[in-house]
Ligand binder design. Structure first.
Ligand code: PAF
Length: 291
């Protein structure tokens, strides 16, 4: 029977008991309003652990002042049903006071300055500080052996990997592949803000990413200028369809800096708005791949 826990003390006691039984613990951090993409994270957790803890917490400190914190859907009952069916064992669903007992912003935060100043970090000041701080706290509360994050938030996953390595959390981090709708749209809780028409159009983001991937693989010796011109053109094409593109970039996977000729592991990243809904997506590629 799945447990829903609201208080850190109960969580600690439950997890301590599981540890005494030599169980391996997995954490799946989420903000709730779960879809098939989240359930695939639980599926990955199953392969790697005996006890799965899914946290559900809409973290205020990672939202900007004009962002969607207030309207972000809170659907604990529906999420619980989905998680129980998926074979999750514990839901940890704390409230804001529990996670920020001394108020907000907290006096101590975790920063990732280099990653925070580019791409989503540049457009959403403070976002990755909010993420790194809350994830550190969840790691300390749950003390998992393994934690699973979606690859859709590529930059977030990189921030978490660096967090774990630089602050020496003894946790294995697993990235789970992006799940897509039939038209290619990456699954996201924010997709439900879209009208049916916008949802259909949003499939063009993935199509454009595939065009860029094929272009990169066909044009092996690209210069920085050609890459930048390609990205600008891709952004313009999306904008002509009705998107407002925040960035469309080709970067290297390891640190999200602009690729040098010798870099082989690349990622194409996009953040674009349809109406007031901000969508992000990415496509990884290795320059050794076939077109
Ligand atoms: O990816 C998310 O849902 C959130 O950023 C996370 C990792 C749960 C932290 O609040």
């Amino acid at each position: 029977m799945m447990k829903i826990i609201f208080h850190p003390q109960t969580l600690r006691e439950t997890i301590n008991q599981k540890r005494k039984e030599n169980k391996r613990i997995a954490l799946v951090p989420t903000m709730g309003n779960l879809h098939a993409g989240h359930l695939s994270l639980v599926e990955q957790a199953k392969q790697k652990s005996d006890v799965i803890v899914t946290s559900i917490f809409v973290n205020p400190t990672q939202f900007g002042v004009h962002e969607d914190f207030d309207r972000y859907p809170r659907t604990l009952e529906q999420d619980s049903q989905l998680l129980e069916q998926a074979g999750n064992h514990i839901i940890f669903a704390p409230n804001v006071k529990t996670m920020y007992p001394n108020g907000m912003p907290p006096l101590i935060e975790v920063h990732a300055p280099l990653l925070d100043s580019l791409l989503c970090g540049a457009s959403r000041p403070g976002h990755f500080t909010g993420v790194a701080t809350i994830v550190s706290k969840l790691f300390n509360l749950v003390q998992p052996d393994v934690a699973i994050f979606g690859e859709k938030d590529f930059q977030q996953l990189l921030v978490i990997r660096r967090l774990v390595s630089e602050l020496a959390f003894p946790i294995e981090i697993i990235g789970a592949p992006i799940l897509r709708e039939a038209n290619g749209l990456a699954m996201s809780s924010r997709n439900q803000y879209l009208t049916a028409e916008q949802r259909a159009l949003a499939g063009k983001i993935y199509q454009q990413l595939c065009v860029s991937k094929n272009w990169l693989l066909a044009e092996k010796n690209n210069t920085a200028e050609k890459i930048s011109a390609h990205c600008q053109q891709a952004a313009e094409q999306l904008n002509q369809l009705g998107f407002q593109t925040d960035y469309y970039e080709i970067r290297r996977q390891s640190d999200l800096q602009s690729p040098q000729v010798e870099d082989k592991e690349l990622v194409i990243l996009v953040a674009t708005k349809l109406g007031s809904t901000r969508l992000i997506d990415n496509l990884v590629l290795s320059m050794g791949d076939q077109v």
